[in-house]
Design a protein around this ligand. Sequence first.
Ligand SMILES: NC(=O)c1ccc[n+]([C@@H]2O[C@H](COP(=O)([O-])OP(=O)(O)OC[C@H]3O[C@@H](n4cnc5c(N)ncnc54)[C@H](O)[C@@H]3O)[C@@H](O)[C@H]2O)c1
Length: 437
Amino acid sequence: MNNQNQRRDFIKTSAILAGGIILQPFGMPGAYASGTDQIKLAVIGCGGRGTGAVFQAFDTGHNIKLVAMADAFRDRIDKSYTPIFEKYGKDKVDVPEDRKFVGFEGYKEAIKLADVVILASPPGFRPDHFEEAVRQGKQVFMEKPVAVDAAGIRKVLAAAEEAKKKKLNVVVGLQRHYQDNYRETIKRLHDGAIGEIVGGQVYWNDGGVWVNPREASQTEMEYQMRNWYYFNWLCGDHINEQHVHNLDVANWVKNSYPVQAYGTGGRQVRTGKEHGEIFDHHSITFTYPDGSVIFSECRHFPGAANRVDESFQGTKGKVYMSAGNHGEISDYKGNSIYSHNRENNPNPYQVEHDELFAAIVKGEYKYADAENAAKSTMTAILGRNATYSGKVVTWDEALNSEINLMPNTLAWDAMPKVLPNADGYYPFAIPGKTKVI
Ligand SMILES: NC(=O)c1ccc[n+]([C@@H]2O[C@H](COP(=O)([O-])OP(=O)(O)OC[C@H]3O[C@@H](n4cnc5c(N)ncnc54)[C@H](O)[C@@H]3O)[C@@H](O)[C@H]2O)c1
């Protein structure tokens, strides 16, 4: 059946479900606006992940055309455009000069031209980009984390509600939700395979990421934007940027979000000027509404033992999961309850797009990932608040915080809120002194 017929059938079905009243077919104001079967795609944030996501969108095999690209920097658009064009060619890539948008505001124009948008800038901008995409009625794939502070989380939560009302599919790149071992294992946990979950440990311990050194010609704004991982208004600290994946698994397994956090963190090995203001380690206990406690640890220590995984203990057994397709459930005598078959599992990054575009092509409304993504991002921010302040911080306090990390003005000659001292070093949080609420 071609897409046109599928859509007609779908409209018929929704009319029947709605008691004969023809509904907007699950709110598709963006997709197919042109009346053709082609889905127009725009990418906002043309770095590693934005480029990869475009590849994955094309690799779904649907009739998709990339029509617009937006990035803060022109060279990033060029670096992304070339491999996309070389691989997929002019039939799929139609981004002339006037549809390459550079700077802070270009996302609005790029979104306008598309049916589906990929949002893959640094996370500080995600709330504004997502809010605009939903305002314009577009279907969304957006990367995690979805914000860096409570002000951003509140914006994403409001836009998530709006997206639900408009029936816009939203998939978020917390790809464990699209990974077989997590889906199969957590389904069994929710069915009671190990009883009540009473504790757990989640880790992202590795050697850290890239640094983009300062160049003499850069304004402070450009430097921070290029070296974005190390500034909280852009990144939210590595607990937000990476460990959000593992915290999200804890929330998924617990089927709830923590009520408070208490933790320790600091800068032990990554202390240079180029390392901005973020910590290199955080250890936190998160308390959930039922009183159970999940321990979380993330650190960037080159040369130390790496560990990125999740374990949970229940009243009747335990489970081990990791991104390497592990899913091992056993009782406390060592008897296996479930062992996930790790062979030939599909790539979850591809599955995200396969499922999103399949829903869009069929005219279905199936994915509303933004609310959970906002709350899992909030979990990471809560953890950061605990380690930065050294205090017990509750979810409600953290979510209602009035602290907004974004600069007052976004322009190349404007100043971010955190600035270096005369020696080039940035201030960072001191537990016991720093206020986070
Ligand atoms: N799900 C995953 O496993 C996974 C993996 C990698 C990255 N990511 C996420 O993807 C996002 C991007 O990461 P990346 O590794 O691609 O980083 P990157 O630095 O390679 O790309 C980010 C791009 O966004 C651009 N940008 C900055 N400000 C912008 C703005 N205001 N408007 C438009 N573009 C802007 C940058 O210039 C850069 O080209 C992050 O949130 C990251 O956590 C997710």
